[in-house]
Write a protein that binds this ligand. Structure first.
Ligand code: ATP
Length: 265
């Protein structure tokens, strides 16, 4: 599938990736279809949706792990992507230190490894065995590894797996800090709603196709979102937005604006 053509007229120098009507077809059905999405430098875009709604499939297509069977995926020339997949097959019986985990897929200077681990708050664990890490520490280590590529775009598929609630808040805070510090774009995937939505600029709600999109506030009041997740889900966003993830509502207004998209029939 063509990835080389120029982006659409709506894009600008900050555009990192653009999906135009992408679809992935496997086993005689469309896993996702008609997906349009853009991630720009400095923007956090979050894909939410129920289990099996195509979040990981979409992320893999954006990263280039999967080629779309329909539509067109454009990436900025020379784009560096740091990708943390949903599951990482690791042999838990093999001894592996955090420092070694950092360099498994490419040699990096020790100083760069230490700097990345410092950025995610686990530098003292550089010599620790990976299997001894807590869920939150492991996710931080994966984040540090993705950052070592000095990415323009970070793609994080369920970055709070195995992390308790306070840890989730801290991790999403950290992800925002990374965005602010290195100015990368971030594509987050989550099926947990409130916390991640509070930490994001643009939410795209998937159900095989794009059900709705916009700011968290626009999405929670969209009927398509309410049909997918229920009214109770819509009512708690404000709590998290204002109590737990303060001070970010206005510093990065979403380039897309707040318009909600088509609702599901
Ligand atoms: N290679 C494949 N061949 C056939 N079907 C697949 C393949 N990969 C994924 N699927 C199916 O595509 C659908 C979307 O899967 P995907 O992993 O993208 O969903 P998801 O929204 O990330 O789900 P979850 O929240 O459970 O992680 C699922 O029904 C899944 O079973």
């Amino acid at each position: 599938m063509d990835t080389s053509q120029a982006p659409a007229a709506t894009s600008n120098a900050d555009t990192l990736v653009e999906a135009h009507g992408i679809g992935v077809h496997r086993g005689g059905r469309w896993l996702v279809h008609g997906i349009d999405l853009t991630v720009r430098r400095g923007e956090i875009v979050t894909l939410i949706g129920p289990n099996g709604s195509g979040k990981s499939t979409t992320a893999k297509t954006v990263v280039g792990v999967l080629a779309p069977d329909a539509g067109r995926m454009w990436r900025a020339p020379g784009l560096r992507i740091g990708y943390v997949p949903q599951s990482l097959a690791m042999d838990q019986t093999l001894p592996l230190t955090v420092g070694r985990l950092m360099t498994l897929t490419g040699r990096r200077p020790r100083a760069a490894v230490r700097e990345a681990l410092e950025a995610v708050g686990i530098a003292p664990l550089i010599g620790a065995q990976v299997q001894s890490l807590s869920g939150g520490e492991f996710q931080r280590a994966l984040l540090a590894r993705a950052m070592l590529r000095d990415p323009d775009l970070l793609v994080l598929d369920e970055p709070v797996q195995g992390v308790d609630f306070p840890g989730e808040l801290a991790l999403y805070g950290l992800i925002r800090e990374i965005r602010d510090r290195i100015g990368c774009g971030i594509l987050l995937i989550s099926h947990d709603l409130h916390v991640v939505m509070a930490a994001t600029d643009t939410v795209i709600c998937l159900n095989g196709h794009v059900s709705c999109r916009g700011t968290p506030e626009a999405v929670v009041s969209n009927p398509a979102y309410r049909r997918l997740f229920g009214h109770a889900a819509a009512d708690t966003l404000a709590v998290y937005r204002h109590r737990h993830v303060p001070g970010h509502d206005h510093d990065h207004p979403p380039p897309d604006g707040t318009a909600a998209e088509s609702g599901d029939a």
